[in-house]
Design a protein around this ligand. Structure first.
Ligand SMILES: Cc1cc2nc3c(=O)[nH]c(=O)nc-3n(C[C@H](O)[C@H](O)[C@H](O)COP(=O)(O)O)c2cc1C
Length: 195
């Protein structure tokens, strides 16, 4: 059984992303994992200021929800990053959350190429929704995920569900008209092979 933390960067309470997350969570819980979902709307996390106080042994100067999330991040085996696609990227809420990993990094005396700090290493996954459904729709968001979270921080990718064609936000969420909820459920169920 794994501890999975889902960080939800979407804004609509029962929107496409929230529904994608619910299906994933249902599958993961059915496979015996313990899953907690944190909404970045209910738990505001601001972007890093780059003040570098954290590099001098001080806590982050920003007093927001990130501090409450640190124990959850450290305890999790897997962090699932969930977001609608906004201007071909993850939402600014999710980006801000990722920036704040800076303050939980530790100095690495022998950094491998391209990496300057040590992070708590987790498994990770990506859940995204969008209006469009072109072959390149998620290109930049996936590139960012792979580059920043997997290659740089060093997380172990467990996979992703890229749910294109869910309709725009000027109307009701349409993800229930697609096969993505089923895919997310199966992904949650099988994210770790049965022991
Ligand atoms: C500010 C904003 C920017 C968006 N940018 C894109 C985009 O670049 N490409 C796209 O396909 N859809 C875009 N969309 C549509 C959303 O990604 C899509 O409707 C998503 O499923 C909404 O998720 P939600 O229902 O969880 O809020 C955008 C929507 C908003 C509000």
């Amino acid at each position: 059984m794994k501890k999975i933390l889902v960080v939800q960067g979407g804004g609509r309470p029962n929107g496409n992303t929230a529904q994608l997350v619910s299906s994933f969570v249902k599958g993961a819980e059915e496979s015996g994992h313990s899953v907690e979902t944190v909404s970045l709307v209910k738990n505001e996390v601001k972007g890093c200021l780059g003040c570098n106080a954290c590099r001098y042994g001080k806590p982050c100067v920003q007093k927001d929800s990130f501090n409450d999330l640190v124990p959850k991040i450290k305890a999790a085996d897997c962090i699932v990053f969930a977001s609608p696609l906004y201007f071909w990227m993850v939402s600014s809420r999710l980006k801000a959350f990722i920036e704040r990993f800076y303050c939980i990094a530790e100095e690495d005396m022998a950094p491998p190429l391209g990496r300057y700090e040590k992070y708590p290493i987790k498994d990770c996954a990506l859940l995204m929704t969008s209006a469009d459904d072109f072959f390149w729709t998620f290109e930049q968001a996936v590139s960012y995920y792979r580059f920043a979270l997997v290659n740089y921080i060093g997380f172990n990718d467990r996979g992703m569900v890229l749910a294109g064609g869910c309709g725009d936000t000027n109307g009701k969420p349409r993800i229930d008209e697609t096969s993505h909820l089923r895919t997310a459920y199966e992904f949650g169920k099988n994210i770790y092979p049965a022991q």
